[in-house]
Write a new protein. Structure first.
Length: 133
């Protein structure tokens, strides 16, 4: 159990790194701007380390979701709803971006959910690769 939790913690961090890269790439390619979403953080260690920490902590939920009988990838995708909900309903309103981050653009909830789906999918693929599916 400890090995599985440790692997989930690590996979959550790597998933967060993957989603952070996708976030940065989306900004660089102008995808977010085209959607009218102003969700362009500065690429800094502070921004990345908080994403890695929270990705790791949310990754600890993978074994619990997996026990519910979902496939590994579906477990990652279901788990991705949790960080999406926390970001959209807690962190963004507390940060002054309004409920669901709508002051950043109407498609902000979809962008946040898409980035967290990338995180969940990456988390699941790493767990499968490590033999902890």
């Amino acid at each position: 159990m400890v090995r599985r939790l440790g692997m989930a913690y690590f996979a959550g961090a790597v998933g967060a790194l993957t989603a952070s890269f996708a976030h940065w790439l989306g900004v660089q390619l102008g995808l977010f701007e085209a959607l009218g979403v102003s969700l362009a953080p500065s690429l800094s260690w502070h921004w990345l380390q908080s994403r890695l920490l929270w990705g790791s902590l949310f990754g600890l939920g993978y074994p619990l979701v997996r026990r519910r009988g979902f496939t590994p990838v579906r477990s990652g995708l279901v788990l991705s709803l949790l960080p999406s909900a926390v970001e959209l309903c807690l962190w963004m309103p507390l940060g002054g971006q309004g409920f669901l981050g709508l002051s950043l653009g109407g498609f902000t909830p979809l962008v946040v959910m898409a980035l967290n789906v990338i995180w969940g999918w990456s988390l699941a693929r790493i767990m499968i690769s490590a033999g902890h599916s």
